[in-house]
Design a protein around this ligand. Structure first.
Ligand SMILES: *[C@@H]1O[C@H](CO)[C@@H](O)[C@H](O)[C@H]1NC(C)=O
Ligand SMILES: *[C@@H]1O[C@H](CO)[C@@H](O)[C@H](O)[C@H]1NC(C)=O
Ligand SMILES: *[C@@H]1O[C@H](CO)[C@@H](O)[C@H](O)[C@H]1NC(C)=O
Ligand SMILES: *[C@@H]1O[C@H](CO)[C@@H](O)[C@H](O)[C@H]1NC(C)=O
Ligand SMILES: *[C@@H]1O[C@H](CO)[C@@H](O)[C@H](O)[C@H]1NC(C)=O
Ligand SMILES: *[C@@H]1O[C@H](CO)[C@@H](O)[C@H](O)[C@H]1NC(C)=O
Ligand SMILES: *[C@@H]1O[C@H](CO)[C@@H](O)[C@H](O)[C@H]1NC(C)=O
Ligand SMILES: *[C@@H]1O[C@H](CO)[C@@H](O)[C@H](O)[C@H]1NC(C)=O
Ligand SMILES: *[C@@H]1O[C@H](CO)[C@@H](O)[C@H](O)[C@H]1NC(C)=O
Ligand SMILES: *[C@@H]1O[C@H](CO)[C@@H](O)[C@H](O)[C@H]1NC(C)=O
Ligand SMILES: *[C@@H]1O[C@H](CO)[C@@H](O)[C@H](O)[C@H]1NC(C)=O
Ligand SMILES: *[C@@H]1O[C@H](CO)[C@@H](O)[C@H](O)[C@H]1NC(C)=O
Length: 651
């Protein structure tokens, strides 16, 4: 981030380290700030344990996936209207010469659904993906300081309809939406005393003692155990994902003890979301069908959105009301003698489900010192109950889809629905919900932080298009695609040989070369602009200096260094947004957009020979973090900052 942004963070840590007086002042201010970004709400009836609630006047049921939910349909009316002004503002700023964006939007403002329909997708990849994605999100967000200046693309988030995340990308999306759609910048600004994203303090240690959480490591583990026990005592099966989700919550949910009663479905009641002032968050998870061990590409993809859990895939082809998960549905309805249950869809459990690959880490707890024996015993019991090869499942019993679509639904005859990490089928970018014809998305900004390249290929840990290849392959399977279409995607060798994985690339520019209507994909691969952000997926502690530098690099990934690599890039972003509208309205494509499409559209060329090792160099000047800039400032600077920070805190 810019100097001032860094200074804020560094000043706070220097403050905290150097002065006891400063510390208490800071905490007072933080606690006051907390009040102003209260999150999704603690709607669960009984903490983490699901519990009986009064049934709504219409009994909850499972619906067929032939349309969008009625809730989404009416929300869209508000949201699409609310994207008009941000879109007009954004396109006006992006400098598309030869195109009167204002007039175009005004002409279409009576029918907002004819306007560009934008989605954003954040891939999985652990904290690396969460941080790189956060940089992208900050760049898209017009609330980030300077994001609406020349070379920037802030406002894309405000103009977007959908924001999807998966696994590490799901932590980003889940955390932002659970915390009242806060900004990446305000999380960074909290510095080392912040309450969330303090990932220098790993999930093995638990939250820093002295922050609002006030738990010692042992208390933290005891808390994990007790809270999950509550769910079990209430009669629900638990899996490692419950522990993993609880642990994650301490880092992602700004509430004491990680908010055991906060539900994902409560987002539907958040004012910002409800009134269409934010996009709609979606998290993706895969089904592990009974008897299935490895997750194949034809596995069912499910989504969590604020109202529902379900799938448009031809296998399941149904949606359950998220708020009433835990109720004993059968054959698509809730029998008259069966209670309505709520509180199953805990936000941490939902984020943990999408990232259940990390359950592996929870397994390591049995050899971690400091972990109470009771915790180790509880984990061992779960493993025994589930059997080998099922460490990574999240247990959704009772299966809401029991007896539903018996002919096609692989889990129709099991009381247990097992869900796993959304990236396990190799579709590591959450595109499935965004390519559904019912959602009519025009363009997807796809931030890919996958670790595809291996040491065999040279530098490890960078994307090489594997996720797009998987989604493309799936879309060519007549059985699985079920009405979706996806642009043609070349093989990974081509990605590397042509550099499609080191800079933004557009896929599907020519709408007439598609097998059905499909969005344009703006592929935004993680690449080293100022930092080698290809850290391991399993690096579990990242100090705030490194965290902020990966975020900064992510900002550069989606803005190409705020236009330093190509000053026309912001214009090209505008052209990508408008591309499908140009087609829809048979409008002449402005020359400047033709230039953009020449430059950024994959034109069908393949180069499938084995590439040279992939060892990308810095595109811009490396930001060095080992010196500890932003952390250990010399005392003299520290003193100077105390005054400055005090002034900042007053604002
Ligand atoms: C781009 O802008 C962001 C936000 O102001 C900043 O953090 C980043 O360092 C800038 N990148 C370049 C290359 O100037
Ligand atoms: C915004 O940009 C201005 C002008 O380049 C710069 O002085 C200022 O520090 C930047 N602010 C932030 C928060 O990056
Ligand atoms: C959520 O954020 C909005 C916009 O910043 C703010 O107006 C609102 O008061 C916040 N809601 C809560 C419950 O804090
Ligand atoms: C959206 O805008 C249109 C045109 O201005 C208006 O007719 C419609 O009522 C608006 N819808 C909502 C939900 O505000
Ligand atoms: C297409 O999907 C079906 C259903 O999942 C599967 O049985 C079949 O093997 C797939 N076909 C190919 C060519 O992968
Ligand atoms: C997926 O395809 C495999 C073979 O490729 C097949 O064995 C399996 O039954 C298919 N699964 C589904 C859900 O169709
Ligand atoms: C999608 O799958 C469902 C369930 O198998 C089927 O009823 C529907 O016709 C399919 N839709 C398309 C467009 O193929
Ligand atoms: C820890 O759990 C693993 C996986 O279940 C098991 O193989 C191992 O024996 C356990 N180690 C200890 C020290 O309990
Ligand atoms: C679907 O399966 C369930 C569970 O076996 C069964 O009770 C139900 O009758 C079946 N439904 C249909 C329509 O066959
Ligand atoms: C791309 O990534 C896949 C998945 O990790 C890997 O198997 C393949 O070797 C990689 N290819 C290149 C050219 O990087
Ligand atoms: C056009 O479609 C064909 C058939 O799917 C595909 O092979 C080709 O790569 C596509 N061209 C582009 C530029 O997407
Ligand atoms: C933060 O982590 C980076 C990377 O591991 C390391 O180089 C740096 O020295 C650390 N900074 C501090 C202040 O610990």
């Amino acid at each position: 981030m810019k100097a001032t942004q860094f200074l804020t963070a560094s000043a706070l840590s220097c403050f905290a380290a150097a002065s006891a007086i400063g510390r208490s002042e800071i905490e007072t201010v933080y606690n006051a700030n907390l009040e102003s970004w209260r999150r999704a709400t603690p709607q669960a009836p009984n903490g983490y344990a699901p519990g009986k609630v009064d049934c709504p006047s219409t009994r909850p049921s499972i619906r067929v996936a032939s349309s969008l939910s009625s809730q989404e349909t009416s929300w869209l009316e508000k949201r699409r209207n609310n994207t008009i002004d941000p879109l007009k503002d954004l396109l006006g700023r992006l400098n598309i010469s030869g195109f009167d964006a204002g007039k175009y939007i005004d002409d279409n403002s009576k029918n907002a659904s004819a306007l560009p329909n934008i989605a954003i997708a954040f891939s999985g990849g652990g904290y690396r993906a969460m941080m790189n994605g956060a940089g992208g999100l900050a760049a898209f967000d017009n609330r980030t300081p300077n994001s609406t200046g020349t070379g920037h693309i802030g406002g894309l988030l405000q103009a977007a309809t959908y924001v999807a995340g998966l696994s590490g990308g799901g932590w980003l999306v889940g955390s932002i939406f659970t915390n009242n759609f806060t900004t990446v910048q305000s999380i960074i600004d909290e510095g080392d005393g912040g309450t969330i994203w303090q990932i220098g303090q790993s999930i093995f240690e638990g939250p820093k003692k002295g922050s609002i959480q006030l738990l010692s490591t042992v208390d933290y583990y005891t808390n994990l155990l007790d809270v999950v026990d509550d769910k079990q005592d209430a009669g629900y099966d638990v899996s490692l994902t419950d522990y993993w989700g609880r642990a994650l919550s301490f880092q992602l949910v700004n509430a004491s003890d990680g908010g055991p009663a906060y539900t994902f479905s409560s987002i539907q009641d958040d004012d910002g979301f409800k009134n269409g002032n934010t996009p709609m968050p979606i998290l993706v998870t895969d089904e592990r069908a009974p008897g299935e061990v490895a997750i194949s590409l034809n596995t069912t993809n499910l989504e969590f959105n604020p109202w529902e859990l379900g799938s448009f895939d031809p296998t399941l082809y149904g949606f359950a009301p998220l708020r009433y998960l835990g109720s004993n549905f059968s054959g698509g309805s809730l029998p008259d003698n069966s209670d309505c249950v709520s509180g199953f869809d805990n936000v941490g459990f939902v984020m943990g489900t999408s990232s259940s690959l990390f359950n592996q880490l929870i397994l390591n707890l049995n050899t971690t010192t400091g972990v109470p024996d009771l915790v180790k015993e509880a984990l061992a019991k779960i493993l025994t109950a589930l059997g080998n090869g099922n460490d990574d499942i999240a247990d959704y019993s009772p299966n809401p889809f029991f007896g539903f679509h018996n002919d096609t639904n692989p889990s129709a005859q099991t009381e247990r629905l097992t869900l796993v990490d959304g990236g396990e089928d190799l579709q590591n970018i959450p595109l499935n919900p965004l390519i559904q014809p019912n959602r009519a998305v025009d363009v997807i900004f796809a931030v890919d932080t996958s670790a595809d390249t291996t040491t065999d290929n040279g530098g490890a840990g960078w994307p090489n298009g594997t996720s797009l290849v998987a989604t493309y392959e799936r879309s060519t399977n007549a059985t699985m695609q079920n009405g979706t279409a996806f642009p043609a995607i070349p093989d990974q060798n081509t990605f590397v040989n042509l550099g499609l994985n080191t800079r933004p690339t557009f896929f599907g520019c020519n709408a007439s070369n598609l097998t059905g209507s499909a969005p344009l994909i703006v592929y935004l691969p993680n690449a080293p602009y100022v930092y080698h952000s290809n850290i391991s997926t399993f690096q579990m502690d990242i100090n705030n200096t490194e965290r902020n530098t990966i975020i900064q690099n992510g900002y550069d990934v989606v803005t190409q260094g705020n236009g330093t690599e190509d000053s026309q890039w912001p214009t090209c972003v505008g052209c990508a947004i408008l591309s499908r509208s140009f087609d829809r309205n048979s409008q002449d494509v402005p020359d400047v957009c033709k230039q953009c499409f020449d430059r950024y559209c994959w034109n069908g060329t393949v180069a499938s020979n084995t590439p040279a090792p992939y060892e990308p160099n810095y595109k811009l000047t490396e930001v060095k973090i080992a010196s500890g800039v932003g952390h250990f400032l010399p005392n003299v600077l520290c003193a100077a900052l105390v005054a400055g920070v005090s002034a900042f805190l007053m604002m």
